[in-house]
Design a protein around this ligand. Structure first.
Ligand code: NOJ
Ligand code: CA
Length: 544
């Protein structure tokens, strides 16, 4: 029997540096995350995804790694990491790490050797060109990056960098580079991690700038990494960031022999369109457009993350619609097609809309991935540059610095949001724990119920006709059991009748339990919904 734990998981992404500082130096540390593991376990998180925590110059929030075998000293020691892993395991919590191997930092010793000596074995670890290459693909970070090729004075050549120039791309076609990547995975697997979030997967396997492009199948590299991973640890997973064209998505999963999980960017973007338009139709497109995936594969669903909300899979008018509603000022936008805001401010802090969005996240097929702080509805700081706006420190209490750190304000790694609707004085864990009506307490309950319904994450999806353009209903069937959810995307109350007979016996149990079940009417179920309301049901005579 396969134990596909990642299909039942509740994943939470956090940045060690902004989560909890225990030694008062203004930077979050492993001791801090360890201290807060009970909070995360209480929320129902079963798997932590840590943003890069390796030694790095931090030009790109840790995505510029200088040493793959260490911990950024600002976060503690390798010993602190191992202690954290032990404590996480004690609580039944898994950990996955960001695997940032499309590029290294330009300060990585490999790059330093590569650029200083043409004869160095490390020279071929990177992608070089003596002349400025004619193929100059568009930059990924417009406004922050000029080109994908930069001239290096020492090397007397141009090097490829898909992201910032401080992040030279590794040459994946070099078998020694692939061996190094496996060694890095092997190291952290020995320390107990359950897999990796594969950063920038499409660029990792691309052939741009390497010799003889087209002679290898780049997706074969994914199988190579998967094989290595699975031989070392059978239940470890690779969760990739691959915001690619629909047609390319199946290549990342293979026959279940490449990556186990991919973020569902298509669903993410269409979900926001559905929220703006207050219509179910875009959501249905977002659910039906992605390909069917192998039995062992899984989508990772998310609302927001540490990057911008990318709208590249929508049409220009659709993108404009979202901008108008959610990012009307230019300073809220980034890279032409992105929104640099957190979820709560984007939804005007409206608790009904926040719960609706999370209710969708928790019931749509796939595994939910939360972003730290969103469970209490944290805000963003648009005074911060670029994507840093959504990477502010965790707000634990109304004590100074939001309880994140005892350091003087000017020593904090990032300012804590203070004042206004989203400041730590109003939005913090401690006060929400005391308030039975808070978003945090709602999230804890919703996650608990979702965990009791693995059908939502793993089941076969059926979209149910509601007769109302604003109401989205779906059923998920798995191992002979069926659950359903109904969401009202509009701000006005609705009542719909659903024909659920084909899904099981004529008995419908309300899972969130805030009201009695509606009587059956000739086999149809009547469902009343408040504006932005949602209901979860189990269909059948037992709910066990
Ligand atoms: C994707 C990460 O999520 C982003 O934050 C980073 O800048 C790029 N990859 C480059 O590593
Ligand atoms: Ca610290």
């Amino acid at each position: 029997m396969k134990d596909l734990w990642y299909k039942r998981a509740i994943i939470c992404c956090l940045d060690v540096g902004t989560f909890m500082d225990t030694n008062g130096d203004g930077v979050g540390d492993f001791a801090g995350v360890t201290k807060r593991l009970d909070y995360l376990a209480g929320l129902g998180v079963t798997c932590l995804w840590l943003l890069p925590c390796y030694p790095a110059p931090n030009y790109d929030n840790g995505y510029d790694v200088m040493d793959y075998y260490g911990i950024d000293p600002r976060h503690g020691t390798l010993g602190d990491f191992v202690e954290f892993m032990h404590q996480a395991r004690e609580r039944g919590m898994r950990v996955i790490l960001d695997l940032v191997v499309n590029h290294t930092s330009s300060k990585h010793p490999w790059f330093q050797r590569a650029r200083s000596d043409e004869k160095s074995p490390y020279r071929d670890f990177y992608v070089w060109s003596k002349q400025k290459p004619e193929v100059n693909l568009p930059v990924l970070l417009p406004g922050e990056q000029k080109s994908i090729w930069t001239h290096d004075r020492k090397a007397e050549a141009y090097y490829l960098h898909r992201f910032y120039k401080q992040q030279p791309d590794l040459n994946i076609s070099n078998p020694e580079v692939r061996d190094e990547i496996c060694k890095v995975m092997g190291f952290w697997l020995e320390l107990g991690v359950s897999g990796f979030r594969v950063d920038a997967a499409p660029y990792l396997i691309e052939q741009t700038g390497v010799d003889a492009p087209g002679t290898v199948d780049p997706y074969g590299y994914l199988k190579e990494f998967r094989d290595f991973l699975s031989w070392r640890r059978g239940d470890a997973i690779l969760l990739a960031e691959a915001n690619v064209e629909l047609a390319a998505l199946p290549e990342y999963f293979g026959d279940g022999d490449r990556l186990q999980m991919l973020f569902n960017f298509v669903l993410n973007q269409h979900l926001f369109l559905a929220l703006v338009r207050q219509e179910a139709a875009p959501l249905i497109v977002g659910l039906l457009q992605p390909p069917t995936i192998p039995e062992t594969a899984q989508w990772a669903n998310f609302l927001r993350n540490h990057d911008e909300l990318t709208l590249d899979k929508l049409s220009q008018p659709q993108c404009e619609t979202i901008f108008q509603a959610f990012a009307p000022q230019e300073r809220m936008q980034i890279y032409g097609r992105g929104v640099r805001r957190r979820l709560a401010p984007l939804l005007d802090g409206d608790p009904r809309r926040l719960r609706l969005a999370y209710s969708l996240l928790l019931t749509l097929p796939g595994t939910p991935v939360l972003y730290y702080g969103d469970e209490i509805g944290m805000g963003d700081d648009l005074a911060q540059e670029g994507r840093t706006s959504v990477r502010t420190a965790m707000q634990w209490s109304d004590e100074s610095n939001g309880g994140f750190s005892t350091a003087p304000k000017n020593r904090l790694v990032r300012p804590v949001i203070s004042g206004g609707d989203f400041g730590y004085e109003r939005v913090n864990v401690a006060s929400q724990q005391r308030d039975p009506e808070s978003l945090l307490n709602w999230m804890e309950k919703a996650i608990r119920v979702r965990k009791g319904c693995p059908e939502f994450g793993s089941g076969k999806l059926s979209i149910v006709e509601t007769g109302d353009a604003a109401v989205f209903a779906h059923c998920s069937a798995w191992q002979g059991r069926v659950v359903a959810a109904v969401h009202n995307l509009s701000d006005t109350p609705r009542e719909v009748s659903l024909d659920l007979r084909s899904f099981g016996e004529n008995h419908v149990v309300d899972l969130l339990g805030d009201r009695e079940c509606e009587p059956l009417d000739g086999g149809r179920t009547w469902v009343k919904l408040e504006g932005y309301g949602y209901r979860w049901f189990r269909i059948g005579s037992t709910w066990a």
